[in-house]
Write a protein of this length. Sequence first.
Length: 373
Amino acid sequence: MNKPQPPKAQFIRFDRGISQYNHDYYAALGLPLISNSNYIRNVYLRIARILHPDVYGFSADEKIIATQYLAKLVNPAYNALMKEQDRSAYQEIFKLLAKRLMLRSRNITIHSESACELIMTPSEDVYERLVTEIAKVQYQSLPQILDYTAQISELNLVYILYKAGYRHGASNMPPVLAPKLTPTSTKIHTSNPLPPPSKPSYGYNLQYAFEKEEINLHIKSEDTVIQARADETLIQDASESGEKAMINNRIKVCEIYILQSNWKAALQDLREILRMDANNSKCLALLGVVYININQLQMAKASFKRSLYINPQEPLALKHLLELEESDNPPSSTDKNAKNSAKPKPTKIKKPNIQPEHGWLSHLLKWISSRRS
């Protein structure tokens, strides 16, 4: 008899910076968005040593909270960023997010003084310096971990907009960001620390780290969440559950893999998604597209049919299954002859005989040929 699997720990999110739209794994580890795998690993090991309950002298309650941060913030971020392909796809998500925000002109509130400083003086050096300053103290105090992480997520949001061409206050720029503070120094802003995650219990799933902020996120969704059709955006709707949002986000990553013709990565991720949600019609349709491109047509048909069984209106499955059926049933020879006889024979058009112009080069060639003869 199969034992029921325990529920997977949900990644901690909050409504500041990139995290209000997508998982910000870089902020969870206190990393600039340009970090490589070696640096990511070193930072992860340092944080893991700090939070490990057997290493640091926490009280009983602090050990529970530290374990929550390690399981729901640090470990998922490390697992998501260690693969080069995953990081590349993640960067593409950020580029699309920045473009979408610039088109929407949302007036996104920026709370931290460090992010406001980056808005006023955007540059690669300033961004890396500010992220590094916060990362040094990010995991030194349990009650302030989420606030520091939110500050880094705000820096990451400002940075991806800067890389997309956004310049705050420029006459030709939409009002995308709304800084609440005027930066006076580079001191880390910690006046309103976020509360720690709740204590775990059996069957408990943590979507966000604090319930009051989640309620405010639903109430003020018009100001903080971009509403867009699922086939046009990577931004998650605030009303989705944590697991559904995660699955939809991974499907978007697979779409990027498919656009890049990275069939191996797309196939692996789509199969993993189906293990979490076996009845995801869009995932099955995308899997069929991958099978077509790796020349496994029977597997592609099965995926499309399964997708349409779950959702008869799945457009991707309808389109490609019809194409496969037509390729399997070509018109017979009699049909071809009938069609050919019905078509009028095209009249042959003779190509005009265009003589080349006689110039000095043609005269030279004639002279050389006459000398040889």
